[in-house]
Design a protein around this ligand. Structure first.
Ligand code: GLN
Length: 538
């Protein structure tokens, strides 16, 4: 067994308390003391991965370099730590059962009855230790999705219980994140739900070492002492996690509360160096003291749920801080945009971003928005479906192919300028079968894109089935509407630009999956810069 130490993060009382942010913040503090840390998320739902889930269910699907479609919390991990994650960092119940059932079909269980304990729990335990066993990480943080007491999270909690025994108590720490509700009528914070939730965890044989308390109001010293007493932890292991204006403040709040200190103490580890948070603090300073303000329109069809575009919104924050610019993001529902309101809605914007998406709903609104942006010199960034719609808009409104479309929206359209990739034509299964993960792209010198990327050979993450149809290369591209980047092996069009415009860029890939606090993405920086330039010199 390796020397890796394990931190388990469970949640109680309600969902949506921000376990992912607390885990990422703790990881940041440990990383800043020179520990090698990774975070993995175990999700109790039965989908094999979130790739088949509608964004309304769990928000955006985050894609890793190795092409895994994962939970959006992995995006937080990468953005906080500036370290890539992989398939191994996200496991679901569906994946666990799939692999146990495959083993059973191969006869690997030698005639035994296959059961939740030990077969499912063994599979979970193996996967929980996979990254740790590489020997690379000092500390592995495992976030258990869902809430303690849920039927579906029981096998995970049981696996954690067993694993703590296997690892030894000094090699594992359990952090339980709960809610301390404020009863306005009584004017009081209440600890009872937390007491119950810690008790539920104990019934499963796990005693929490640290309680992180989400709260809208400061916890008093009395309340902390009471919680420590009733929840069977030391006083310093009661950590307050108070509401903050930005998730990027959470690491500093956890530092003030001494979360990493209590964790290291429990794991019998000494810090390797004092906290190095200079770059993080610089980012926060720029983010909180903007010199400029711009308004960006985000056009999508899932805008009611902010989590659907999590990585895009965070990438805009990184780029805004980099440019010392406050971004007001105006969510625009693509189904509500039409010729009757486009001038009024877009007239007050400094830039427009057209989001990725699937299916027909709302695409005409996206095309109308893009036409406005192209004709009114409004900085434009189109991502994946947003890029495909930019091609359709140009084909229809400039080239004169009025029936141009994507075969995703109209399989029989007259001019299928966007079509299913050749490799996708025989694909019948939906899960995990798109063009996924990192692919290379060669940037054309002399383009806007070539100015903003540090190199002409780039690698970006993908998640799509359709592509620019190369049968239309000669008809669509001209001296103004150009290909700014292609896949060097397959010739797939990756980046388009409209040159008669201050900044009009569409990308087939998803730059938002690679923007981090310490490394804002060049495309988002370029887009924010151009939008700011428009505002300053209208
Ligand atoms: N629906 C489009 C495709 O599959 C675009 C996908 C996306 O925007 N991620 O190609």
């Amino acid at each position: 067994m390796s020397d890796t130490k394990y931190i388990f993060v469970t949640g109680g009382v309600t969902s949506s308390l921000g376990k992912g942010i607390v885990a990422a913040s703790l990881a940041k503090l440990l990383q800043s003391q020179n520990f090698k840390v990774t975070i993995q998320k175990f999700d109790p739902y039965i989908n094999v991965d979130p790739g088949t889930l509608n964004p309304y269910e769990h928000g955006e699907c985050f894609v890793t370099d190795d092409g895994a479609e994962t939970d959006l919390d992995l995006g937080h991990y990468e953005r906080f730590l500036n370290v890539s994650t992989s398939q191994a960092n996200n496991v679901t119940t569906g994946r666990v059962y799939q692999s146990v059932i495959e083993k059973e079909r191969k006869g690997e269980f030698l005639g035994k009855t296959v059961q939740v304990i030990p077969h499912i729990t063994n599979e979970i335990k193996e996967r929980m230790q996979l990254l740790g066993e590489s020997g690379y990480y000092d500390i592995v943080i495992t976030e258990i999705g869902g809430t303690v007491g849920d039927i579906e999270s029981l096998p995970y909690i049981e696996s954690v219980r067993q694993l703590i025994w296997d690892l030894g108590r000094e090699n594992a720490v359990v952090i339980h994140l709960t809610l301390i509700p404020f009863l306005a009528a009584a004017g009081e914070l209440k600890t009872k739900p937390t007491q119950h939730s810690v008790k539920t965890l104990m019934e499963s044989g796990i005693s929490a070492d640290i309680i992180v308390c989400r709260t809208e109001h400061e916890l008093t010293e009395d309340l902390r002492e009471k919680l420590a007493l009733f929840c069977n932890v030391k006083r310093e292991a009661i950590i307050q996690s108070i509401d903050v204006n930005t998730i990027y403040d959470v690491p500093l709040k956890m530092l003030e509360e001494g979360l990493d200190h209590v964790v290291l103490d429990k794991l019998q580890l000494q810090p390797k160096q004092s906290h190095q948070l200079g770059a993080w603090n610089d980012f926060l300073k720029r983010f909180k003291n903007p010199k400029h303000q711009i308004k960006i329109g985000l056009v999508g069809k899932y805008v009611e749920l902010q989590d659907s575009y999590k990585s895009i919104l965070e990438s805009l924050i990184h780029a805004g801080a980099d440019q010392e610019t406050d971004l007001e993001v105006v969510s625009l529902h693509s189904e509500e945009i039409d010729l009757g309101n486009v001038d009024e809605v877009f007239g007050e914007l400094d830039g427009v971003l057209v989001a990725p998406g699937f299916g027909e709903r709302g695409i005409e609104g996206k095309i109308t928005a893009i036409e406005y942006a192209r004709k009114h010199n409004l900085p434009f960034l189109g991502i994946c479906l947003g890029m495909q719609m930019a091609v359709i808009e140009y084909a229809r409104n400039h080239v004169g192919l009025t029936d141009a479309n994507s075969t995703e929206m109209d399989p029989d359209c007259k001019f299928p300028v966007i079509d299913l990739m050749e490799s996708q034509k025989s694909v019948l299964k939906k899960g995990g079968t798109m063009r996924l993960g990192a692919w290379d792209c060669k940037i054309q010198p002399g383009t806007k894109t070539s100015e903003i990327y540090p190199s002409t050979s780039i690698s970006e993450r993908h998640r799509h089935r359709y592509e620019f149809n190369n049968d239309y290369l000669d008809q669509i591209f001209d001296n103004d509407f150009i290909i700014a980047g292609k896949n060097p092996e397959t010739d797939l069009v990756e980046i388009i630009e409209y040159k008669k415009h201050p900044w009009f860029v569409g990308v087939q890939f998803h730059p938002e999956y690679k923007s981090t606090v310490s490394n804002p993405h060049p495309l988002f920086k370029g887009f924010v810069q151009a939008s700011l330039a428009k505002k300053l010199t209208p």
